[in-house]
Design a protein around this ligand. Sequence first.
Ligand code: SAH
Length: 264
Amino acid sequence: MTLAAKVYIVGAGPGDPELITVKGLRILQQADVVLYTDSLVREELVQMASEHAQIYKSAGMDLEEIVQIMAGHVREGRSVARIHTGDPAVYGAILEQMALLRKENIEYEIIPGVSSVFASAAILGAELTIPDLTQTLILTRVGGRTPVPEREQLRSLAEHHCTIALYLSATLAKKAVDDLSAAGWSPDTPVAVVQKATWPEQKVIRTTLEHLVRAMGDAHISSHAMILAGWALDPGLAESTEHRSKLYDKTFTHRYRKGVAMHD
Ligand code: SAH
């Protein structure tokens, strides 16, 4: 299948070149033009582009420039792969890009990717939704220079006592701890941090709310990190039988064997 003359907004996944989707990889390999942010997408992935592809590093460019380059190529009949880290829908700033493309009458399509939250959970060997413990995962960030709407302040979200994934918050760990504590989270609540998940320089720390700031300082983590907090991150869960899914419970399985779908 050949590509159309349009912009493909492709989720590259968290770093590991094997964590792009099959569709994303095919587009990357076939695109006439590839744009990527050099510090956030691994070189090994970009090397999979066609040897004939025209490659742009977009780090120093502003949005107008990026869109003008993409639109110019599409108008000349070329396919463009715009590579985004993780999944483009999560803090990907694709809305402005799409609005400008639309204004230019340029067609685009989004290909999802593995967000860093899921790569981090995999590295930690964690299930983020544990039966009888929490069935909710909140993806958010701590408000800093980029504000978070008042009704979504971490302190009020934390009142759900569910699993919380913090993007873009490595320098705001102290505020995260204050907000979670203010919502009643105990000092021994498990917290894990994964920096540069699936990159060769990946770092992982497991700590607790009260020790988070010091642990991140000791590990020199101040950017590019996913913070996961909540009791689903308790490393002791794997050994306990307390929170095993009801689906694996004998009586429950028995009831559900009678032809009722197990997954609703
Ligand atoms: N769209 C991306 C998020 C972009 S915002 C995604 O879906 O993952 C950038 C933030 O994402 C970083 O501050 C960090 O919190 C997180 N992040 C992105 N890649 C990461 C990685 N490989 N390891 C840990 N965190 C990562």
